[in-house]
Structures are given as structure tokens and as C-alpha cells.
Design a protein around this ligand. Structure first.
Ligand SMILES: [Zn+2]
Length: 492
């Protein structure tokens, strides 16, 4: 039986501002949309945290037995420098500055994004659609909103009429802003706004001569507004009403507020049942900013190449550090915090290796079922990873007590303990055992070195040394095989 049938998962819904029991639209299936990156620069550490939080959520939903369709887009056009429909397209600007094609910018930073997320062991989403791949769908939505009278065209650009929408609906329902406050503070480059009201936002923008990225539409050669792509792609792949929409806290307004207005106007139904927002990350107690030097790139953590850090930290230690905070809390990224997390991570991995040394008894003095329930309770409580991790450290204590013979366990309980701890550490939290990988890498390195020394010995006709290396390796269970392509080895 699937685990979701016996687990009551609660999710904090940013829309209702309460924890609600999770009930998907279709039993056993989950549709989840997360706003992806605008690929015009190396992925920001704050974004890495957001995507890692949703990776953990994706992993736990899968662990519970749900069939999850996880859609995360790539914004490769339409996101202007200023979120309020003004300025240059971020990607086009980078392309102009670097004198390359916009799609070269997109390719370069999409690759960086994927590589970084892969390093911290994020699973790929089920679908990763791009804004430029869905221009047709976006134009169709604009036509529909125009027909319904909730948008208007000015000089080849189309704007959403927020005040008119607000007559029958509630603009600001997610962010809690009232209509007077929710002004998209537009100062167009020419100083003139085409909008009827400052709250309105662009669905389509006419491209000026400088604008490289442009598509034909009934209104002008131009490009879609940034908010529109997410309405188009989430509806296309997940339906008019889907289960979970996630993103960083900073996207609540205007981005997600606009998405709700667009999708609701187009489809006449609530687009999303559970809105989830991951909190931000600060560095040494302050906002990260390139200009002040209080800034770090994800790759600099893994290389240690940043003066903020005392040394390099592995992707798993970094991931473990981030998961020690609840996804809805602000995370302060510090060297001390990373050092402490690394120690904890190593302790956990050592305990996992020591589980195999545990001897079974005729009685259990540890209540494994109660411990296991506490792990599930933590995750069912809006994915509370810090509480889960506290329970995993409780398990580390069990392993030590059992190996020191200060506690006992029966075979059946030990099996359940192993399966549960492995599932939470590797499948749900997405950690890797880097210690294990490290030692097997080192062993391969040492054997390769001995093979090379044996070859040198043979080249020098020192048969005694050559045989000694082969025989002593064989005694350790390492077999050398000489072939045309050189010598290979296998470890028994
Ligand atoms: Zn979005």
C-alpha cells in the first residue's frame, strides 16, 4: 500500500496562511509547478536553496508513493531588468554586453544551472519547458483575456487591466497587498507610461529597434510579459487547476499575483490549490550583494575559493547545512554553520556505515517503530527537515549504543531501522555518502599507481618486483588482468 494512504501530509499554504491537509486533485497524483531561473547569469545561491527545498519536497512526495509531475520552467526571454515591465530584457542585455547571441547566453547559463543543481544532487524535474518554446500558447491567452475585456492594447503592447479585474476578483489575494499599494512602479525609459493605471502589467510588449528577441503577434513584433509564461506552461502541462505552485518568497508579488489574475481570467477557476514559498538566504547576517563583496557563488563553496570561507565544503555537507533550516525560515549562510553541519554530516555517514556491524539480539530495547513514526511526523508537518534531522541524530545514538552493546535489537527491527534511515537520508534528503565514494576513489587511485609501478618493473625486466606486486594485490582480493589495452583490475 502506498505510504500516502497512511500519512496525513500537511502543507503551509501561502494563500490561506495556514497549514492544510494535502489532498491532490487526482488521488495518488501530484502536479507541481516551480518558477525556474532566468538564465542570464550564474545561478544565485539563494535560488539554489529554493530549488533544493522543492527538490526535497518532490522527493518526499515521491517517497510517499505519489506519481509526481514536476514542472520547472526556464525563463529565456521576457524578463526585463525591472520587474515592473521596464528596462531591457535581461538576457538580451547580457548578449549585447558580451557580443554574443541571446541564445548563447541562455545555453551557457542553463548548463551552469543544471551542473550546479546536479552537484548538490537535485533530481531533474519531469518537464523543463522554456518561455520561448511557448510563445504560441502565450499569444492565445492574451487573445482570450482581450476578448473578456480584461486587457487593452496601446501602441502594439497589451496590458492587463488590474482595476477592472479587481471589480469582481481580488488582486492582492496572495501577497496581501491592497490595490492602492500594488502599483507596478513603472518608469518607462522614455518617461511615459502607456498604462491606464500604474497597477496594470504587460502581457505583450512591442519590441523597439534595439530589442533582439522578438516574435510576430496580432499586435506587434514583440515579446510576452514575464508573468505570462508561467500561466501558459503550468496550465498546459498540469491543467487549469493543479496541486502545488512553488517559488521563492520574492516571487509572491508581482509575479505570482499576476499569474493568478491571468490564469483565473483565462480559465475561470482557481489555478492553484497550494501555494508554497521558500524563504531567502542571507550571508553572514546580511543580504548578499556583489557590490558590497558579501557574495558567494555556489561553485566557490565547493572549491573554497572565496575569502568568506575557511575551506572548501562538499556539496553534501552544503546540502545538509541548508536542510537543517526549515524551508520557510530565513537561512543565514556562515562558515561556522557550514563547519558544524559538515561535522554532523560526517557523524551521520559514519553511523550509517556502522549499522552493518550491529549484532542482533532476542529482544529490542529500542522502540524503532516510535522513532520511525517521529521521522514521518516531522516530514508530514509541512516538510519539517530540521526536526527530521534531529531524529536522524537520535538514530546515530542508537547505532552507537547498539555497537557498544548498551542496547539490543531484534533482526526484524534492525531491518526496519536500516530501510527507514536509508530512505530518509538518501531518498528524501537527497544526501550522498561522500565518505564511501571518497575511499573507493582513493583505492582505485592506489591500485592504478601500483599497476604503473609494476609496468615500470617489467620494462626494467625486474620480474621479481613485478610478480610481488601482482601476488600481494591478489592476496588482498585485487586481481590484475593483463590485456592488449594494458592492465585492468577487479576488486573482490
Ligand atoms: Zn513563474
Amino acid at each position: 500500500m502506498e505510504l500516502y494512504k497512511t500519512n496525513q501530509l500537511k502543507i503551509y499554504n501561502s494563500l490561506s496562511k495556514t497549514k492544510e491537509v494535502f489532498k491532490p486533485v487526482i488521488e495518488g497524483k501530484v502536479g507541481m509547478y516551480v518558477c525556474g531561473p532566468t538564465v542570464y547569469s550564474n545561478v544565485h545561491l539563494g535560488n539554489v536553496r529554493t530549488f533544493m527545498s522543492f527538490d526535497m519536497i518532490f522527493r518526499y512526495l515521491k517517497h510517499l508513493g505519489y506519481k509526481v509531475r514536476y514542472v520547472r520552467n526556464i525563463t529565456d526571454a521576457g524578463h526585463l531588468e525591472n520587474d515592473a515591465d521596464a528596462g531591457e530584457d535581461r538576457i538580451a542585455k547580457k548578449a549585447r554586453l558580451e557580443e554574443i547571441e541571446p541564445m548563447e547566453v541562455v545555453q551557457r547559463y542553463t548548463v551552469d544551472f543544471h551542473e550546479t543543481l546536479q552537484k548538490i544532487n537535485n533530481l531533474p524535474p519531469s518537464i523543463e519547458p522554456t518561455a520561448t518554446g511557448h510563445i504560441v500558447e502565450q499569444i492565445e491567452i492574451i487573445k482570450d483575456i482581450l476578448e473578456k475585456g480584461l486587457a487593452y492594447e496601446v501602441n502594439g503592447s497589451v496590458y492587463f487591466d488590474v482595476l477592472k479585474y479587481n471589480e469582481n476578483e481580488h488582486y492582492g489575494i496572495l501577497s496581501g497587498r491592497n490595490i492602492e499599494d500594488s502599483i507596478h512602479n513603472t518608469r518607462e525609459l522614455d518617461g511615459q507610461s502607456e498604462k491606464k493605471n500604474p497597477q496594470d502589467f504587460a502581457l505583450w510588449k512591442k519590441a523597439d529597434e534595439r530589442h533582439i528577441m522578438r516574435w510576430p503577434s496580432p499586435w506587434s513584433n514583440g515579446f510576452p510579459g514575464w508573468h505570462l509564461e508561467c500561466s501558459a506552461m503550468s496550465t498546459k502541462y498540469l491543467g487549469e487547476t493543479f496541486d502545488i505552485h512553488g517559488g521563492g518568497m520574492d516571487l509572491k508579488f508581482p509575479h505570482h499575483e499576476c499569474e493568478i489574475a491571468q490564469s483565473k481570467t483565462k480559465n475561470g477557476v482557481e489555478p492553484v490549490n497550494y501555494w508554497m514559498h521558500a524563504n531567502m538566504l542571507i550571508l553572514n547576517g546580511q543580504k548578499m550583494a556583489k557590490s558590497t563583496g558579501n557574495y558567494i557563488l555556489p561553485n566557490e563553496i565547493f572549491s573554497g575559493d572565496n575569502k568568506i570561507l575557511s575551506k572548501a565544503f562538499s556539496p553534501s555537507a552544503t546540502r545538509f547545512f541548508m536542510l537543517q533550516a526549515n524551508y520557510r525560515s530565513i537561512l543565514d549562510f556562515t562558515n561556522t554553520g557550514l563547519e558544524a553541519a559538515e561535522k554532523g554530516y560526517i557523524k551521520l555517514m559514519e553511523a550509517l556505515s556502522n549499522i552493518d556491524k550491529i549484532e542482533v539480539s532476542k529482544e529490542s530495547s529500542i522502540d524503532i517503530k516510535a522513532w520511525k513514526q517521529k521521522c514521518y511526523d516531522a516530514m508530514n508537518d509541512d516538510f519539517n527537515t530540521p526536526v527530521l534531522i534531529a531524529n536522524l541524530f537520535e538514530a546515530v545514538k542508537f547505532v552507537n549504543l547498539l555497537n557498544e552493546k548498551k542496547a539490543t535489537i531484534i533482526e526484524e527491527d534492525l531491518e526496519e531501522f536500516k530501510v527507514t534511515i536509508n530512505a530518509f537520508v538518501f531518498d528524501v534528503l537527497g544526501l550522498k555518502n561522500e565518505l564511501k565514494e571518497d575511499s573507493s576513489d582513493k583505492l582505485s587511485g592506489v591500485v592504478s599507481m601500483l599497476i604503473k609501478m609494476r609496468k615500470d618493473a617489467r620494462d626494467n625486466k625486474d620480474w621479481a618486483l613485478s610478480d610481488k606486486i601482482r601476488d600481494e594485490l591478489a592476496a588482498l582480493g585485487i586481481q590484475l588482468k593483463d590485456g592488449k589495452e594494458g592492465t585492468t583490475f577487479s576488486i573482490n
